[in-house]
Design a binder for this molecule. Structure first.
Ligand SMILES: Nc1ncnc2c1ncn2[C@@H]1O[C@H](COP(=O)(O)OP(=O)(O)OP(=O)(O)O)[C@@H](O)[C@H]1O
Ligand SMILES: [Mg+2]
Length: 371
């Protein structure tokens, strides 16, 4: 707050209203710079503090999975329920949404946590090798099988097997997997005796398996076995403030790693991250921030550093467009902060509830009613 008055009362009022400092004219640029620098420093500390305490809170539940949005709380809820059981869980989600992270977390919260967690990527292993990968083989069972080899299911005995990209499994292997799930025993390729194994199965896919069933690419009996419980991981763009929560966590992590500790996002970058589609989801966000930290030689990370186009305030946009854009954003943010409570948002925005409803309608804003 800069003013020509020198009354203490005004100073106090300004500070009560949230001003960091009170500065009297005439302006000394150097002095002002110092004040602004300190204010920024304090703000940074506050943000870091808030972020760390949030992180602590979420880490108490599921280590490493960052998220405070209602969508992610719903996921944590299901995870908590299934962790203590042995039921198969099918995890859905676009690429990079954290399917493997969730599978690991379920395993490490379960009673099997001291036993192996064995991930198997069904899409990455050539079809002719996958059977022996999963079930093992006996010595001499095929050309190249010089020694007996244990399969992944045997290695996962007592623990958890995570079948990633389950939608890629061939029809023949789908049958074998189904048999394994029913009998709880495996037969090594070229083996004569079935071997009992006790494995919990978690599976993941980014395909719509119900569609795959319709087109007869996936067996429905296997699907029902696997999806006793399913978890749908929301795409990052639908996680509201989690985008910034994650962004700050990654910034913190990489700034430390690359020894550039005073970095923050500039306002436009912050906004752009919230509006961006993130088709590569959390993985894309993490990679872009990592790159930005390496590339940035400034204290502020910009859209350019992140490789995001800073095309928001274009000069060509008409004033009414700009107003619409700002209105939509403000209403959206107010509603998020008010956790979907229209009255609270209307007070925050200084407009009537009717007007809020009107704007929600006009901009087709999705109102999340938080718990
Ligand atoms: N909620 C989250 N909090 C922190 N890190 C996350 C979160 N979700 C994902 N990640 C990170 O993003 C990356 C991608 O996650 P993961 O490999 O689990 O995704 P995926 O859904 O299995 O992706 P794909 O379909 O491409 O295999 C990992 O580095 C993971 O640690
Ligand atoms: Mg994965």
């Amino acid at each position: 707050m800069i003013t020509g008055h020198d009354e203490k009362e005004i100073a106090l009022k300004a500070i009560n209203l949230g001003a960091y400092d009170y500065y009297q004219k005439p302006i000394e640029i150097d002095e002002l710079k110092t004040i602004v620098r300190r204010a920024l420093y304090i703000q940074q500390l506050e943000l870091e503090n808030e972020f760390l305490s949030r992180q602590l809170q979420s880490e108490k539940q599921f280590e490493e999975i960052i998220g405070d949005s209602p969508e992610m709380h719903a996921v944590f809820d299901v995870m908590r329920r299934v962790s203590s059981t042995d039921v198969p869980v099918l995890i859905y989600g676009e690429s990079g949404t954290g399917k493997e992270l969730v599978a690991r977390a379920i395993h490490f919260q379960s009673s099997r946590k001291d036993q192996p967690f064995v991930p198997i990527n069904c899409g990455a292993i050539p079809e002719n090798l996958l059977e022996s990968e999963l079930f093992g083989h006996e010595k001499g069972s095929f050309t190249g099988a010089y020694v007996q080899k244990k399969g992944k299911f045997e290695l996962a005995n007592q623990g958890t097997a995570f079948l990633d990209e389950i939608g890629e499994l061939s029809p023949a292997l789908q049958v074998k997997l189904l048999r394994f799930l029913q009998e709880k025993e495996i037969e090594r390729v070229g083996g004569k005796e079935p071997v009992k194994v006790d494995v919990r199965i978690l599976a993941a896919t980014n395909k719509n398996l119900e569609k795959e069933i319709e087109t007869e690419n996936f067996r429905s009996d296997l699907y029902y076995r696997l999806s006793v419980i399913s978890i749908a991981l929301p795409p990052l763009r639908e996680r509201g403030d989690d985008i910034l929560l994650l962004a700050n966590r990654f910034l913190y992590k990489y700034a430390k790693e690359y020894d550039k500790q005073k970095l923050t996002f500039d306002a436009l970058a912050t906004r752009k991250m919230q509006d961006y589609e993130w088709h590569g989801n959390v993985r894309e966000l993490e990679n872009r921030i990592r790159r930005a930290v390496i590339m940035s030689n400034n204290r502020l990370i910009t859209c350019e550093d992140l490789g995001l186009k800073d095309d928001i305030p274009t000069k060509q946009a008409s004033l009414s467009q700009a107003i619409d854009d700002a209105q939509r954003r403000y209403v959206k943010i107010a509603l998020q902060q008010a956790k979907g409570n229209i009255s609270r948002a209307s007070r925050e925005l200084g407009i009537s509830r009717v007007k809020v409803y009107e704007l929600v309608e006009k901009y087709k804003i999705v109102v999340d009613r938080y718990k």
